[in-house]
Design a protein around this ligand. Structure first.
Ligand code: SF4
Length: 133
């Protein structure tokens, strides 16, 4: 599998799938980013699987209907046709863009194994420094 990088066209997704305005509802939420602002959000729910515009909660004095650019365009990211939906493992050289899909279980096992290996390597390095000093 080769991963393509496409330029994101502003509003392209929204223009293609915008249902009529009577089916839209506003859902209250909070920003999932690890950001100190912790913005309260109003998310436009277009249907059971799609979101539209995201705004800062109008009733919240901090957001007052406004939210940062990266979150206001979440719909483009979430519904982008090239969004990754399964883990991919690099199969070619770095930068080659060659990846193969793998299961979530395998991906998590690989990450845990790499973390464990890195932690053991660091521990062994520290122990050898300690024993030599
Ligand atoms: S909406 Fe933007 S500014 Fe607000 S918490 Fe999320 S990332 Fe931070």
């Amino acid at each position: 599998m080769r991963v393509r990088r496409l330029p994101v066209q502003s509003g392209a997704w929204c223009n293609r799938r915008m249902p009529d305005s009577t089916s839209r509802t506003i859902v209250h939420s909070a920003c999932p980013h690890d950001c100190p602002s912790t913005c309260a959000l109003e998310v436009e729910k277009l249907d059971s699987h799609h979101i539209g515009r995201i705004r800062g909660a109008s009733a919240n004095s901090y957001t007052s209907g406004v939210v940062c650019e990266k979150v206001s365009r979440y719909a483009e990211r979430v519904h982008h046709p090239d969004r990754l939906k399964v883990p991919l493992k690099r199969t070619g050289a770095k930068g080659s863009g060659e990846f193969a899909p793998l299961s979530w279980e395998s991906a998590l096992d690989e990450v845990a194994e790499q973390f464990t290996r890195a932690a053991l390597k660091l521990l062994m390095t520290r122990l050898s420094e300690f024993s030599l000093s």
